[in-house]
Design a protein around this ligand. Structure first.
Ligand code: UD1
Ligand code: UDP
Length: 357
């Protein structure tokens, strides 16, 4: 029996192809939701849009410090795994849910499959880096998206027979949902946006938005971007960021279209039709690469270096000058790169690898 553990927006999106396939093949599986994300637009909307059944278990852990959140997920997953006795626990990515789900399974001697293993920013100040390194080292199956990710874990002494290059399930998810999104989403009309005539922004990394001065600089940079190009700047604001803007008594500048986080179908349409996307998200760097839309990443390091290598993405600091320079550079490049994240059959390869032992 396979236990699929998830807890945040990107995990729901990236686990959805695996859950869909497990269901189609009538496999013995269940889903545990940690409840790390719980607001409707960070959680339930994705189950609805992606037509996923509600999880069999929801731990409802909610928000808290890293220690509190991780501890609650450890306790909750232990209870569920002891009761259900899964043979394999699948986790995806690098959140606190992933680390806690994997650690519980490791202590109970249950095999762990880490989907999107092997990513490294080599920046240990990022909580995600700690989560992904530790999870890789307790996993039996490391489902790495690319040869580069495989190399990262080989260098850490993980044996090659544990590592499976599968591509990233985000390709499966984009391929499955893009046409559905085109048919269903009216978001461009809702905000009077023309194809190729707006910028899209997301920002939620702890290193960016928890620091008042970086957050202030980011907002100033968005204003400068709007003034320089006279184009709308659409900013679906992550709840962490919205909370920090309010706590720091900052304001979203004039000309920025600040909206609630959107569903995945709406976000795919916003990404696919943007002139360029600015982000500090991991998943958005991948999706823009897959959709052939230029990306500027508001970070010093990326654990997705493949996007830089193929030319779909660049890294930048957060001042208006740095951001305008990066945007200018990316707009001057073509978009004819090759997607390095696989062929859209990652879920199938992952489940087949588990069955092949
Ligand atoms: C988490 C992950 C991050 C991932 C992101 C995806 C960790 C350490 N961080 O960051 O790697 O990129 O999810 O979006 O696991 N909040 C709500 N509603 C929600 C969820 C959160 O209002 O449904 C607010 C709360 O004020 C909370 C804050 O957002 O304190 C941060 O949430 P948290 O889950 O701790 O971290 P994220 O920034 O979402
Ligand atoms: N996303 C979404 N609505 C939004 C912003 C992002 O559906 O308003 C999706 C996006 O398509 C991607 C995922 O959320 O698949 C990325 O999540 P996030 O940036 O929160 O986390 P990260 O990838 O950085 O861990």
């Amino acid at each position: 029996m396979i236990a699929v553990v998830l807890g945040t927006r990107p995990e729901i999106i990236k686990m959805s192809p695996i859950i869909r396939l497990l269901r189609e093949r009538q496999e013995d599986y269940f889903v545990v939701h940690s409840g790390q994300h719980y607001s409707y637009d960070m959680d339930k909307i994705f189950f609805e849009e992606l037509e996923l059944p509600l999880p069999e278990f929801n731990l409802d852990v909610g928000s808290g410090t890293h220690g509190e959140q991780t501890a609650k997920i450890l306790t909750g997953t232990e209870r569920v795994f002891e009761q259900e006795k899964p043979g394999v626990v699948l986790v995806q990515g690098d959140t606190n849910t992933v680390l806690a789900g994997a650690l519980t399974a490791a202590k109970l001697h249950i095999d762990i499959g880490h989907v999107e293993a092997g990513l490294r920013s080599y920046d240990r100040r990022m909580p995600e880096e700690i989560n992904r390194v530790l999870t890789d080292h307790v996993s039996k199956y490391l489902f790495v998206p690319t040869p580069e990710a495989k190399n990262n874990v080989l260098l850490e002494g993980i044996s090659t027979d544990k590592i499976h290059i599968t591509g990233n399930t985000i390709v499966d998810s984009v391929q499955h949902n893009l046409k559905i999104a085109e048919d269903k989403s009216g978001i461009l009309d809702d905000y009077c946006l023309k194809r190729g005539e707006y910028f899209l922004v997301t920002a939620h990394r702890q290193e960016n938005v928890d620091d008042k001065f970086r957050l202030r600089d980011l907002l100033k940079a968005l204003e400068a971007l709007h003034e320089e190009y006279s184009l709308p700047v659409v900013f679906p604001i992550h709840p962490r960021t919205r909370k920090r803007i309010s706590e720091c008594q900052l304001e979203v500048p004039r000309g920025i279209t600040a909206i609630q986080p959107t569903g995945f179908l709406e976000f795919l349409i916003l990404e696919a039709n943007a002139r360029l996307v600015l982000t500090d998200s991991g998943g958005v760097q991948e999706e823009t690469c897959i959709l052939r839309v230029p990306c500027v990443t508001l970070r010093e390091h990326t654990e997705r270096p493949e996007t830089i290598e193929v030319g779909s993405n660049t890294l930048t600091g957060i001042t208006p000058e740095e951001i305008l320079l990066a945007v200018g550079t990316m707009l001057g490049r073509g978009t004819n790169w090759t997607n390095p994240f696989g062929d859209g059959r990652a879920a199938q390869k992952i489940i087949d690898s588990i069955h092949n032992g």
